[in-house]
Design a protein around this ligand. Sequence first.
Ligand SMILES: [Zn+2]
Length: 145
Amino acid sequence: MSLFDWFANRRKSDASGKERQEREIADGLWSKCKVCGVLTYTKDLRANQLVCLECGHHMIVSSEQRVQQLIDPNTWASLDDELRPIDALKFRDRKSYSDRLRETQEKTGLADAVITGLGQLDGLPIALGVMDFRFMGGSMGSVVG
Ligand SMILES: [Zn+2]
């Protein structure tokens, strides 16, 4: 479906507009800004570094997305992928830190709150470490330390 067709269909039926809008957001074609509520074509939003084109709100950017935004294509080589956090203090609040780590790893697909690597930025070789808020708010653990 072309973008023109999409707009034509959208104008035709407004009765199920909200339902259709939610489906298209779920498909990832469109993204809705949490601040201003404006729908933006996800491709355009990515091209604008995940900053809302309408109000300038900065959306959450995963560590993988930040690497893609910064590093020249095909130059990223991750470091220390094998490092895993440990629970040296046997910390526990409402649940054990070990359980919290395992749940967060399953939910995010990340090993820890930081990813590191080497790559090029506009042709310049750099080393980069990126924190990921999705992993317990990017908190300091044994791997981040
Ligand atoms: Zn916005």
